[in-house]
Design a protein around this ligand. Sequence first.
Ligand SMILES: *[C@@H]1O[C@H](CO)[C@@H](O)[C@H](O)[C@H]1NC(C)=O
Ligand SMILES: *[C@@H]1O[C@H](CO)[C@@H](O)[C@H](O)[C@H]1NC(C)=O
Ligand SMILES: *[C@@H]1O[C@H](CO)[C@@H](O)[C@H](O)[C@H]1NC(C)=O
Ligand SMILES: *[C@@H]1O[C@H](CO)[C@@H](O)[C@H](O)[C@H]1NC(C)=O
Ligand SMILES: *[C@@H]1O[C@H](CO)[C@@H](O)[C@H](O)[C@H]1NC(C)=O
Ligand SMILES: *[C@@H]1O[C@H](CO)[C@@H](O)[C@H](O)[C@H]1NC(C)=O
Ligand SMILES: *[C@@H]1O[C@H](CO)[C@@H](O)[C@H](O)[C@H]1NC(C)=O
Ligand SMILES: *[C@@H]1O[C@H](CO)[C@@H](O)[C@H](O)[C@H]1NC(C)=O
Length: 840
Amino acid sequence: MTHPPPLSVTLIALLILISITATSASNGTVLIVRGNATITSVNKTFELGFFSTNTNGDSSSSYYYLGIWYTSVTPKTYVWVANRNTPTRNLDTSSFELNRLGRLAVKASENVTVWQSSNPEAPSFFQFRDDGNLVLLSPDRTVAWQSFDHPTDTWLPGMNLTRDKVLTCWRTVSDPSPGFYSLRLNSHDFGEFGLVYNSTEEYWTTGNWTGQSFSNVPEMNAPYIYRFNFVDPFSPTASFGFKVKPLDPTGSVPLTMFRVEYNGRFRQYTWWNPIENWDQFWVRPSDVCRVYGLCGSFGLCGGGGGSRTCECVGGFKPRNDAAWESEDYTGGCVRENLLCGGNDESFQGIGAVRFDGAVEKSFFGDKGRCKRECLKNCECIGLYYNERSRSCTNLYGSLLNLQKLNYSEGGENILYLRVNGVMKVRKSLNLVVLIGSIVGSVLFLGFMGVMGFVLVKRKWNGVIEEDREFGVLNIRVFSYKELHIATRGFSEKLGHGGFGTVFQGELKDSSLVAVKRLDRPGGAEREFRAEVCTIGNIQHVNLVRLRGFCSEKSHRLLVYDYMPNGCLSVYLRQEGPHNLSWDVRFRVAVGTARGLAYLHEECRDCIIHCDIKPENILLDNEFNAKVSDFGLAKLIGRDFSRVLATMRGTWGYVAPEWISGVEITTKADVYSYGMTLLELVGGRRNVQPSSTGKEGGGGDGGGAGDKWFFPPWAAQQIIEGNIGAVVDSRLGGAYVVEEVKRVALVAVWCIQDNEVMRPTMGMVVKMLEGLVEVTVPPAPKLLQALVSGESFCGVRAESGNGVSSGSGFYGVDGMAVMSSGGSESSVGNVSSPVNKNVNA
Ligand SMILES: *[C@@H]1O[C@H](CO)[C@@H](O)[C@H](O)[C@H]1NC(C)=O
Ligand SMILES: *[C@@H]1O[C@H](CO)[C@@H](O)[C@H](O)[C@H]1NC(C)=O
Ligand SMILES: *[C@@H]1O[C@H](CO)[C@@H](O)[C@H](O)[C@H]1NC(C)=O
Ligand SMILES: *[C@@H]1O[C@H](CO)[C@@H](O)[C@H](O)[C@H]1NC(C)=O
Ligand SMILES: *[C@@H]1O[C@H](CO)[C@@H](O)[C@H](O)[C@H]1NC(C)=O
Ligand SMILES: *[C@@H]1O[C@H](CO)[C@@H](O)[C@H](O)[C@H]1NC(C)=O
Ligand SMILES: *[C@@H]1O[C@H](CO)[C@@H](O)[C@H](O)[C@H]1NC(C)=O
Ligand SMILES: *[C@@H]1O[C@H](CO)[C@@H](O)[C@H](O)[C@H]1NC(C)=O
């Protein structure tokens, strides 16, 4: 956060003077900035001046651009660049002025103008507005020119996008010259924006405007800080802009912008003061490999396993190493050795990939003929072979958009590239293969030993197993008939959740079980078994144990331990007969956290539950918490956009990042867990009719007859130290104040807007156990914004279907993402829920 040099202060004064006292009679030039001087906008939100992205300190190799950036944001975030094609080389002689033609001009030196605004010749006033807009006004105060009409890569609040206002990315992270990717309003008048490569190839579109949102961007329907405004969407004069509504009553508006990034993705940024960083929670295309031409020709996207987005396929090297280093991969790769140059030619299997850009010539018949044909022609670059149809195709030209595919995605075309002289590569590969095979044999022997042991053990136990693959697990395969008998023809229903109906059953050994019959079994039997295998492997005292399953014809059933005390939600009704003591509540809080921490951090494959809510926390006969339904979302396999469509009206309950559709991390569970903790402490549901449930004091929720949303009010009370107001009155004061305080503070930490600020479940356990001190969290503002005013009306109007049904009230009951490792962003300076003095 730099302070503008004193010079700029005088300049601001001067400029305000210019804009107020109409220096229209003057036909001299007005200097705006020179050299390293800067000016700031009226309320100092933006700063204007020359910048260089060269950070190595060697000014002789620097390029200087006249640009606008946020005054308070470090590192500098540029929102506009004037001379992006024509940088200056000497900072001391560079100047920005209002010239005698009444145009803004960037000059490299006294006599050399490198950039000029395009307004007609007329005396003008100059304004640098606080929304980041640089404006020239005619004497009659109409806008003669404004930087908002000439955007670079950034779309700011108040800036309208039209047919002729296209956002074009920077060439690289540090090169403001125009790159290959643009966002433009398509010319066919369906009100559709598209991301295009080189003005020709469209690789992502918003879909048609539907009146409220774009058909491919349903998350725009979510009540968030933006107010979008599309004027004449279906005409050539269409104009699309947005405004930001304040997050809190003081009216402070967060800094926010959209930008076409150098790598072709369109991303949303919101500045979060608490972490002093940009929160980037919406980006399209969500898979960077869907960006056209990102890796250039013969560059493979995302397949290399390395940290780079793009890798050259074997036998190829980057065309431009320096560009490759600066993450500009668009130049692609070239052959290490030219074709037809020697006798060493062979075909290298790349695997199942998708690609564009090649000229194709197909053969029916075997691969051998296809190869021979290819070798005859020096222009032939390789071939792909379709295993299923046994057809083979020779390829000519070059390959763009190479990306590894899974078989299920249509990856049955196996690509073979023709390479010359790859013997070197082969040799090093062989060494790997050799080591691999030694390690492999050792592992194999070990595995055989284990299998032998298991087989013997199984025989001894007398368990009849039809499925060998489940032998190593403690889970049984049930027949449908067996379960039909156990549940007495599926007659004793225990409940109904998002995935299916649950029935009580009694096995032959008279143990009680809960049998879940999946409503909409998706996917093949093989996948089902693979998933069950994963779930069955997960055992923890705070997770409901899967005892077995049944997969016959279209039947898919899961058999779990029976939990005699039902689910937590039963105990969270103020008027209900059941109550839980504080001691039990505290154990439930810690137990649930332990179960989730295990799922997130200790399992071999990290599992995100995605549906944490009181309905999915079961209680055993000693009132220990057992988390149920983990891993199921994957089984059902519903895709996110369809889930989104059914989410309307329950926004307040899911982590904000879900709304945006970015990859979900374990922190989404942390958010839902925090919501559940509030319910546990308050002994109430988070949404309830206000007439029955407002004894805690005047809420800021709704009026009489409306649904009242508990969390924003509760969070406020907790932060203000007024925790007693939040605690369930049915406890009659019988609770440990220290524990209640800890649980309440943890709850608010868990529902922070920014996932980076939320603690991990492992940390939550430590916080609850008192091993680390819990500090007072900041207020989750987004939560308040999401449910305040208009937005909350939407929630009120549409939440009638879920409040008392007890199923899927947290909105999404089916989306799990399995990814390896909880992704902890490493953001410096993150404000932390715990003090540094860890007592453990
Ligand atoms: C300014 O403009 C007036 C007429 O518009 C002209 O007579 C005069 O020479 C100009 N002065 C300069 C310094 O260009
Ligand atoms: C600006 O440049 C002048 C001279 O070139 C130098 O003395 C001054 O320190 C610079 N100011 C900043 C803020 O870099
Ligand atoms: C600048 O700040 C003042 C005081 O906070 C406010 O009244 C005024 O509207 C702001 N002006 C702009 C252009 O934002
Ligand atoms: C600028 O142009 C004037 C007249 O054309 C010339 O006399 C002067 O030397 C030039 N200045 C520089 C720095 O090139
Ligand atoms: C953007 O469009 C809105 C609505 O038509 C208009 O009020 C506003 O002035 C426009 N903004 C700019 C910078 O032209
Ligand atoms: C971009 O498109 C132009 C024609 O519109 C074409 O000549 C040029 O080769 C293309 N560049 C790349 C890198 O695709
Ligand atoms: C947009 O609307 C047009 C005309 O109704 C239709 O042809 C086109 O397929 C639509 N595009 C999308 C992406 O829905
Ligand atoms: C392909 O499958 C692998 C492993 O099964 C998985 O990790 C990867 O995400 C899948 N890729 C795509 C694009 O779905």
